[in-house]
Each structure stands twice: as structure tokens, then as C-alpha cells.
Design a protein. Sequence first.
Length: 107
Amino acid sequence: MRIFKKLIRDKMPEIMAKEDKMLEVRVLGGDEFKEALRRKIIEEVQELKDAKDDAEAKDKIAYLHEIADALGDAYGFSKKEILELKDKTRALRGGFEKRLFLEGEKK
């Protein structure tokens, strides 16, 4: 048996069963689920970094959005709360439209 030890999407056991592959899964609770989501988002960010083309990058960005939504839910934050905080931070510090890159501090 191959061991993966990672969070998977809800329909993966059924999808794999159709390919005659049975998965051993368990349901995570509370803090364990939050930690699995944090590990999953890091995994997907690495895969985005390694994306070979824009189509693959688009897929990873969509996946990151889904994981971010799940993280908010796991912590008990509503999407409205998250978006309000995002807007507040953007108003105070700006976004990334100017594509500024910090090289260092001038003397």
C-alpha cells in the first residue's frame, strides 16, 4: 500500500474506485484539519511555482482559492469577513497593481 498522508478532495475516493483503486481515508477534525489545509496550501503554492504553462498556473490558482475558502471556514470566518479585511488592507497598504519589488533600503 502506498502512503500519502495528505488532504484530498471530497470526491477522490469515488473517482479512484471507478479506476479499481480503493483509498484508505479518515475524516479530520478541528486543529488537525486546519493543519492539513495549511500543508495543502503550501503544496499547491509549490506546484504553482513549478507550473509549466499558464493553463496549469490557472488550475493551481483556482485550487488555492478553494483551499483559502476552506481555511476561512475551518477558522470560522465568513467569506464576507475575509473580503472586508482584504478590502481594508488594500485601502491602507494598496494592492499589487504597480508590481513593485523591494530591492533594499536607500541610504
